[in-house]
Design a protein around this ligand. Structure first.
Ligand code: NAD
Ligand code: WQD
Length: 331
């Protein structure tokens, strides 16, 4: 299939492009490079040893999106493009609502016009809010603490309404848990701007000596050791989950958790990283971070049952691959 990958130069999108090409599909990347670099596209080509099509466009711009649909025979869309920093979204709500909602509306509008009925959307476990773990797809969604989370819940709603109105439309809403790690080549991975908000890139930068000490946000949660528990998933497993969703997509709306189903605490992740890489991670316990929940992990059985997909890579592999990328990475 010819797959339009919006946000394909970004962290999850770039790994998914590799998985798509490996599975025999052709990839057309549309990315405005607002949070990524064009050299990532070159690295994708190095890894897959073939060309991929790249268009530097903003997917909120209908004319630019339509140009792509006119130039290629698109069979499906995977929509990664979006702003994703939950904390930043509180400061910049308009940017988040505009970018994340208008992109979804423009893409689906053009899909309808060109008869493209396969759509895969990047949602997030954040839509579960503070439900009880493990999170199951049919749980009622709870309000999130930030506009970013709301854009995911609203986009899910928009896509569901479109599928209800058009019986030919097929949509997969993929709720990711905590993607970490990198391609085993060490060529592509996660390279956030400024000081990382997320745990794994913070840990790798401490390991590299770019940052001094990891601050562990709270050790008084009702968890195994008091620190926050999350479902870390290797980005390549996540990428393969997209291929499985795309290939198995049938008419209507299908929601899938993409996680491992296993919770890991902050201190367990730090220990695994030290063990995997033989590097010490100095840390201190500080106050809880505003907006954090104690535990977040998936019930991952639906994706296994319906898509035949399970996350295969373990925490040690995630830590090793994340560190290999960070060691190699130059600004
Ligand atoms: P990323 O920032 O690395 O990738 C997003 C890409 O989209 C970037 O390359 C950026 O330049 C591009 N982009 C943003 N707005 C655009 C626009 N209007 N037009 C064209 N390109 C645009 O982020 P990621 O971690 O790869 O996340 C991909 C998707 O997955 C996002 O929608 C994000 O909300 C979602 N998600 C991410 C996580 C996570 O922890 N990384 C978890 C759950 C969901
Ligand atoms: C993981 C754990 C922290 C940093 C966020 C978004 C979410 C989703 C994924 C997009 C928590 C602790 C972290 C640090 C720490 N993104 N931590 N010290 O908060 O689960 O999810 O990214 O959809 O929407 O909110 O991920 O990696 O920030 O935190 O102790 O320096 O690590 O408290 O328990 P989170 P995270």
């Amino acid at each position: 299939m010819n797959i339009l990958v919006t946000g394909g130069a970004g962290y999850i999108g770039s790994h998914t492009c590799i998985a798509l090409v490996k599975a025999g599909h052709s990839v057309i990347i549309a990315d405005n490079l607002s949070n990524s670099k064009s050299k990532t596209v070159m690295k994708i080509m190095d890894i897959v040893e073939e060309g991929v099509n790249f268009h530097k466009i903003d997917v909120t711009e209908e004319v630019a999106v339509e140009m792509i649909f006119r130039n290629y025979n698109i069979d499906g869309v995977i929509h990664f493009a979006g702003l994703k920093a939950a904390g930043e979204s509180v400061e910049k709500p308009i940017e988040y609502y505009y970018n994340n909602l208008v992109s979804t509306m423009v893409l689906t509008k053009v899909c309808q016009k060109y008869g493209v009925n396969r759509f895969v959307f990047s949602s997030s476990a954040t839509v579960y809010g503070d439900n009880n773990v493990p999170f199951v797809e049919n749980m009622e969604l709870l309000p999130t603490t930030n506009p970013y989370g709301e854009t995911k819940a609203m986009s899910e709603r928009i896509l569901t309404d479109i599928a209800n109105a058009n019986p030919l439309f097929s949509v997969a809403l993929l709720r990711y848990f905590n993607p970490v790690g990198a391609h085993e080549s060490g060529l592509i991975g996660e390279s956030p701007n400024g000081i990382p908000n997320n745990l794994m890139p913070y840990v790798t930068q401490v390991a590299k000596g770019k940052l001094e000490t990891l601050r562990v946000f709270g050790n008084d949660y009702p968890t195994v050791d008091g620190t926050g528990v999350r479902d870390y998933i290797h980005v390549l497993d996540l990428a393969e989950g997209h291929v499985a969703a795309l290939v198995n997509l049938t008419k209507g709306v299908h929601v899938y958790n993409l996680g491992t189903g296993k919770g890991t605490s902050v201190l367990e992740l730090v220990n695994a990283f030290e063990l995997a890489n033989g590097v010490g991670i100095p840390y201190e316990i500080v106050e809880r971070r505003h907006g954090d929940i104690a535990s977040c992990y998936a019930d991952a059985t639906k994706a296994k049952r319906e898509l035949g997909w399970v996350a295969k890579r373990d925490l040690i592999t995630m830590c090793r691959d994340a560190w290999r990328f960070e060691k190699n990475y130059k600004e």
